[in-house]
Ligand binder design. Sequence first.
Ligand SMILES: [Zn+2]
Length: 125
Amino acid sequence: MKIPTICRYCGGKIIKSTTRALYPKGSEPIYLCVNCNAYVGCYPDGSPMGKVANTVLRLKRQETHRIFDRFWREQGWTRSAAYRWLAQNLHLKEHETHIGMMEMDECEQVIRLCRKYGKHKKEAA
Ligand SMILES: [Zn+2]
């Protein structure tokens, strides 16, 4: 993954920083837009964990996680079975299927899948 230098939301400059720039107790290394505070986590070797995300995208990912977790628990699946199912339906490899790294449209797809399949199960019962 390429190190971000220009923010994809506002075109601002991205610097290496820590979450201390955002929260008083933060210490995780991040790449941070100095203009709009969009950010992404950073591995110890300096490579970014994905693309910078703004608040709207982060909230969307949280919502998607909630919906997906509730969905697979209702189906009585294990977590690994749930991610295998999700990977197949999104045509992704399992190790690439992380809601925490998804874009808005991928989050929407996950939510749609959960609604569709959850409903399908009810009709079949
Ligand atoms: Zn920005």
